[in-house]
Structures are given as C-alpha cells and as structure tokens.
Design a protein around this ligand. Sequence first.
Ligand SMILES: *[C@@H]1O[C@H](CO)[C@@H](O)[C@H](O)[C@H]1NC(C)=O
Ligand SMILES: *[C@@H]1O[C@H](CO)[C@@H](O)[C@H](O)[C@H]1NC(C)=O
Ligand SMILES: *[C@@H]1O[C@H](CO)[C@@H](O)[C@H](O)[C@H]1NC(C)=O
Length: 961
Amino acid sequence: MAGPRSVKQQLVLFLSFLTILACFVLPAVSVKHENFKTCSQSGFCKRNRAYADEAIASGSNWKPPYELDPSTVELKNGYLHGIVSKTIKSGEKIRLPLTVSFLESGAARVVLDEEKRIKGDIELRHGSNIRKERYNEAEKWAIVGGLAPNKAAVFSPESETGYTKVQYGPENQYLMVLRHAPLEISFQRDGETHVKLNDRGFLNLEHWRPKVDAPEGETTPEDESTWWEESFGGNTDSKPKGPESVALDITFPGYEHVYGIPEHADSMSLRETRGGSGNHEDPYRLYNSDVFEYELNSPMTLYGAIPFMQAHRKNSSVGVFWLNAAETWIDIVKAKSTSNPLSLGLSGKKTTQTHWFSESGQLDVFVFLGPNPQALSKTYGELTGYTQLPQQFAIAYHQCRWNYVTDEDVKEVDRRFDRYQIPYDVIWLDIEYTDGKKYFTWDPMTFPDPKGMQDQLDASERKLVAIIDPHLKNENGYPIIDELKGKDLGIKNKDGNIYDGWCWPGSSHWVDCFNPAAISWWKSLYSYDKFKGTFHNTFIWNDMNEPSVFNGPETTMPKDNIHYGNWEHRDVHNINGMTVVNATFQGLVERKKGQLQRPFVLTRSFYAGTQRMGAMWTGDNQAEWGHLAMSMPMVLNQGIAGFPFAGADVGGFFGNPDKDLLVRWYQTGIWYPFFRAHAHIDTRRREPYLTGEPFMQIISQAIRLRYQLLPAWYTAFHEASVSGIPIVRPQYYIHPEDEHGFAMDDQFYLGSTGILVKPVVAKDQDSVDIYLSDNEKYYDYFDYTIYQGSRKWHKVPAPLDKVPVLMQGGHVIPRKDRPRRSSGLMRWDPYTLVVVLDENGSADGTLYVDDGEGYDYEKGGYIHRQFIFVDSTFVSEDIGTKGPKTDAYLKSMADVRIEKIVVIGAPAEWEQKETVTVIEDGAKEATKAVLQFTGSKNGKAAFAVVKNPNVGIGKSWKIEF
Ligand SMILES: *[C@@H]1O[C@H](CO)[C@@H](O)[C@H](O)[C@H]1NC(C)=O
Ligand SMILES: *[C@@H]1O[C@H](CO)[C@@H](O)[C@H](O)[C@H]1NC(C)=O
Ligand SMILES: *[C@@H]1O[C@H](CO)[C@@H](O)[C@H](O)[C@H]1NC(C)=O
C-alpha cells in the first residue's frame, strides 16, 4: 500500500533527487530507465500486446468477439448508431453502443462505449465514489469546432449482406464499409480503401467485471495480476474501476510512412516497434512525463502528447486522431502490401499497421481521408483549433537561462546585448526569481525592483517572461496556498484529501484546472494588482505541468488521484497540463480591463489543442550534437501534429556546448518557430556576446537573419493560424509525389516562401548535401549560386560562418533589412522584396502584417498582400477582407514603404535597362526608379536591384520592368 509518506521519507527523496540532479551536469549520463515503465511493466500495455500476439499466432482461427447487430443500426442526420456486442467466455454478450459521426469536413468519428458503465450499473472497489462511466470529456477540452454532421450521408445503394455501407464526405465521394461480424470498419476514397479499423482483430474493450477471488489454493483462469491494482517503483495504483483499457488496430494499406504522435525524441517518419534491426522494442508511449536526460532515437514518452497520426504515400495522405487522455501506447509494424486489384498501381511497397491502446476512457477515433497533408492539417485544426497568432515579439529571439539572478543581472544582460549590437526581444526568469519558490511573488533580496527592470526593457520594446508552475508551496502564510485550500481548488488524493507531493518548493499542492472555479481563480492571479511587479510587457512560462512530482510514480501524479467531477487522474492525465496553460492564457487576456493584447505562454506539457494557447519547447535537452540533430525532426513532427509553434533549447539545457556546437545551434535555432536559448543553472554563462570572435559575429549574423526574415515568419504564422499548415514544412508537404523525400527530416521549407534550409548538425562538417526534388532553379540565399536538377543531391558549402539556405525559384520573399535592437523597433521600417524568378520568369508570394500585439486584426486591422511577378511586371494585390478597422490600420501604415526590390535570375536583356516604371494606385502619374543589373558569373545568378521604388506596403501598385 502506498500510504502517505512521512515528511522524513519525503525529504530523503527530495534530497536524493537533488543529488541526482547534480549528477546531470556531467556529460554522457542518460535517462533513468528504471524510473519509467516499459510496456511489459504496464499492465494494460502488456495485456494488449499479448492479445495481439495471440491473434497473430491463431491466424485464421482467430475469432474476434465483436459484432454489430444489424437490426440496431440506424442512420440519421449524419450519425449512425448501433449496438456492438462482445461475446465473452461465459457466452454472455456485453453491449457496447457504437456511434459513427460523418462530419461536414469529411472526417468520420467512431465512438464505442460500454452500456453498463454508462448506466452506472457497476460496483467500484475500495468504496470509491469516483465516476463510473468511461471518461467521455476529452472532447470538452480538446475540441473547439468541426463537429457539424454531414446530414447528407446516406446508405450506399450497393448493399451486400453482412455489411453496412454509408456514402459521406465531399459530394458523398467517401464510403464507409462496416462489416458486421467480426466487426471491421474501412474507409474508402476514390474506390480505394485507405484506413481500416480492426482489420487484424485487435479491438479490445475491457468490459467491467466484479473481482471474484479464486478459491484458496487456486489461481484465477486469466492472469489478473494487473487488473485490480498495480505497483511500480514502490507506488501502488489502486484501480477502483478494475481493468478498463481500450485498444484497436488501425491499418493504412499501401502507406509506407506514418508521422506525428509527438512527443518523442525520434525520427519524423516513425519506426516499427516490434523489434528487429533498426526498430524499437517498445511501442511509442504517450504519458506526459518529466523525463530527465531523455535519450535519443527512443519511443519513450516525453512531456507532451498529441495522438494525431498522418500516413503518407505517393500523392495521398490520410490520418487518424485518437481522442483519449489516458496513458496510451502505439505499436507500428510495416508489412508487405498485399496486391489490391483496386489500387490502380498507386500503392506503396508497404502497408503500415498500427495498434493503439489506452488505459481507460471511451474508444474515440477520427478518420481523415486527406487527400493531402495540407487537407489533414486543416481538418484536424478545425477540430482542435489552429495555432494562436502570436505577438510579433514571440517569434523573435528569446534569451533565457536558469537563472538571471537579480534584477541588476537582467539589466546588465540587456545592456550588453545593446553594447554588442545583438538583437533580442525577450529575457526570461526561471524559478529563482520567486520568494522561496512561491509563485506570484518576487524574492525581495534579489528582485527588489521589478518595475525598474521592466521599464528598462520596455524602453527598447523588450519583454520579460516569468515562470509560474502549477505546484504551489504548502507553507503557512502563503496567501495563494491559503486560497487554494480555502476554496478547495486542489487536486485530491484517492481518499478525497488535498494531494501533497514534492516539487521545487518541497511539499506542494496542485491546482485542478479541470474545475471551472479553479480556472477562474487561476486567471485572477495574473491581474496586475494581484501579481504585483508585472506589467504589460510581462508574459508567462508554465513548466512542470505534466505534472512533474518528484516523489510520484514515474515522476508524476498517482493515477488514482481525483479531479473535479470525480474523474480519476488516470483518465485525464495527458490533458492536465493543457488546462493550466489555458487558464494562464485566459488570465493574461483578462489581466487588465480595456487592454487588449495577445497573451504569450510557453508550456512544456501539451495535448491536442494546446496550439491554441501558445508555444512549446522540447524540454531538457543536452548540449550535444545528437540533441541538436534531433531537434529538427521533433519540431517538424510538432508541425505535422498541428502544434507548430515549437522549438528546442538553443545551446542545449544540460552541459556546456563547445563554441562550434553553440554556433551551429544558433544557425539551426533561427529556423525553429520558437527560438529561445536556455541553459541549466550549473552551466557556464553563454550569452552570445560572451563567445568571443569569430563566434560572436557569426551568432549575431544568424540572429539578424532571423530578424531580417521576420515578415516571412509572421506570414507563415498567419497561415498556420488560419489553415493549420506547419510553419516549417517537411519535404513531403511540399513534394508529396516524391518518395525520396518522405522520410527526410533534416531539411525543410519555411512557410510558403520557397526557402529551403539544411542546417549543419554535426561536428567539423563544412558542407551539406541538399536534396532538390523539383526541376526548379534554387539559389543560394547569400550569393545566388544556382543549383538545379530534380531528384538530385547538391553539395552546398557550409563553413562555420554559413547556414545552408536556398531559395526556390517562383517565390517573393518579404524582408526587413535594417538591423535593430528588437522587433518592436522595426515596426515602421521599410521592406525589401526578394523576387526569385522561376524557369518562366514568374514568381509570387504573400505578406501578412498587423500591429503584432492586439486583436484589431480580427476586425480587419491588417494588411494582406499578394505579390505577382509575371511578364516583366510586378504587382501587389490586396487579398485581405475589409473590416471596421481596416482603414485606420492602413492609414497608420501609410509611411511604411518598400525600399528595395531584388530580382534574382534577372533576364540578361535587363543589362540595357536603367529604370523601371512605377505606378502606385491613386498616384497622379507614373514615376521611375533606378534599376541596377549584375550579370551572371561563376555559377551565380544574374540579379537586379530596384532602389527605392517608394511604393506603400499597404497599397496596390504595379512596376513595369
Ligand atoms: C501526383 O501528383 C502530381 C503533382 O500534383 C501530379 O502531377 C500527378 O499526376 C499525380 N499522380 C497521380 C498518379 O495521381
Ligand atoms: C479554457 O478556459 C475557459 C474559461 O476561461 C474554459 O471555458 C475552457 O473550457 C478551458 N479550456 C481548456 C482546454 O482548459
Ligand atoms: C512554365 O511554363 C510551362 C509552360 O506553360 C509550364 O508547363 C510550367 O509548369 C511552368 N513552370 C512553372 C514553374 O510554373
């Protein structure tokens, strides 16, 4: 029994934790495997794998016990209802209500629940008074739209006995084929099956049963050792509801690659998990945890979980979203494709077979039929929401370490960035700024003057981010803990008393943001008069929200803890972190009446939907080349899974990076959507200005490159915020027909700009091989060297001072070229447009601009332009919609002009040209601007520069070359 620990025991644990922590700064220590379960140590994981093994071993003798009773089936208004029965050994039939919803978006949703538990017709063990149902509220937290049913869904005229078929989706072009016995559901597009559920018969919904003790001296017929309670690492989980896992196999016929289901430190294209060379032994695990010193190339769980998977093959993408917040494991194997007469020769060489199992909750799975990655991003985003459009500063450079130790220290760092002319936007405070780890307070000795500090930052439009964690110090006289207890807003233990565990402050309680009253309270804590010393330029970092509990099982909370609504922690674990971030986000929206600025919150823990609330980072990585290399696949998979505002600690959290590693990390980090340097308390200071020459100059240049491209980044964020498309895009998003690129996760494109990057992530490497999929011309970003040739590798030089960046022909890239101290100071700066001509002498691109901080953009207060270069004419067209704030915004931007246009791949005949003709909308007459032409030589493209065309960024105009 895991009774409450004595204070002494807790202290010992805490001290041993500190000792462990101290060891982490030594190089080459690795994750404590013994702290985290393997599949065979997790009862339901082991049971479901064994179930699958039995099915496979039985071959055609396997009789899956689930069937649909056709007489119960009805289809109405886009919903199909029926009763599935599970026949158990005694012959009894367990009733499982099935609902398939056909959604307007073209997605289909399959929900299977258990009638006895729904009706509460079960007995709980240990006299528990938790809820009897399977958890059915994940939707409430994760889903914000996209559930409108497609009422036009109809039974298909081509009926077949033993099957129910429904036409649905766009113009009813999709077909769901439901086989009654054994139950199998498959989904077709264009006459071809793309997704199959229970094709292998691994469906397993552990029905409720009473615990029957075997007579003395006998064993139970089934292995019940993990059914009624389960121990790990000295903690016992009491399991009042008994075994209740849900499992399903999902097959993607002809699909060789699957992606997503972050967070794992692994390749973007997921590996097989059932052993064999190059494969994992364990399934990918999703159970938000604080994994110290995490290891690379591993299916181990990390801090966040998004159970959304994409499958891709030549010219087709499909996906599934497994809406379940409990501990989840996913097995993946790839089988030879069986020849399919309907496949029209499109099938890949392999079929990916997946097997999903969660410890509790309903079976709830969404099936998306693509047909391409963009459509998947969009449909998934309709359900869980799109990336919040952040403030402009949030996509600039963030300077963090554990810890800037005093307010004077912060001010000195700020001054030194200026002295060395290195731009940055945000400086961060880790836990040491608080008074004794009591959040919402300042240490009066070290931070006596938060206002003076923030005034200095504000003078150059810089911001402060302060950490606030959800564990609250259990100390008498700390008003916040008194309120938490007084209002009864904490997470409870299994006995219904407030849960007490160890975290940074020692003995702590945790706010339960599943409780609406706790959300309101947590929000209120951020108002300026409550959290004294914070101002309009203070933003928040929520860390440790998995939640991390130093003395808890697997460094988190006991699963039999109890949340608001009498749900067990087991049911909601993976959503827990998101509820805290959400409450913080809402708190920042409301912290001052009349002040409407967009919040910024960074979170470590996340679930499907957290993209609506801020940014994530990949947690406590290490100052090693391998961690640098792994950061890109991790960031790309975040984008694939709908949460693209992602980054890794630049420089590596644990350890001291060598100078070359630090340089390469900055050159990579400038391509993370979330770009922050961070370091452990025991590392040496490594702010860019401390690195010495030539490193400091090289790092400054890299950071300036990020700032120069902020207009392109902001435009890419805007696209993500309306369509869900990743901000940095993997090769298969851009070239979905080129199989060579499907597993590529070390080169990527920035938004729709055609900028293709392959950072150097290995020591002593002075060139990279970039793969070009299409036959377009690509140009080196800095010197315009031409690379051309489809389906070929090209060697691009990459000495230490160079990031390999190419520009694909056919794009217009917006930039701001004047170096400044912060992005805020660039607001009124003029633009440069880089026109990268394609083989036909054409190019296009877009630009999105708004005030970068408020919500006027929701009322039309923005500029959205399309630039088109065709037939020697360059035009800017409005693609924005008008709103009540449009005119005022355009007026405020009237003086923001274009100061330079660079045309790359300029035709040779422009050599004779000295001017171009500029016609701005509303101008009385055309004007001339000077053109300077530089011919092609030494493999470098010809280019032309138009100086000061003097057209407005918010205006329509035409320039004739
Ligand atoms: C695949 O997509 C490419 C590019 O969109 C297209 O040209 C080609 O026809 C498609 N191939 C098939 C077999 O659909
Ligand atoms: C976010 O907070 C709002 C209240 O401000 C609440 O209605 C909503 O359910 C919360 N969502 C999540 C995911 O916590
Ligand atoms: C160039 O023009 C040809 C002929 O119109 C067309 O087939 C090709 O797709 C064009 N290339 C690009 C990159 O638009």
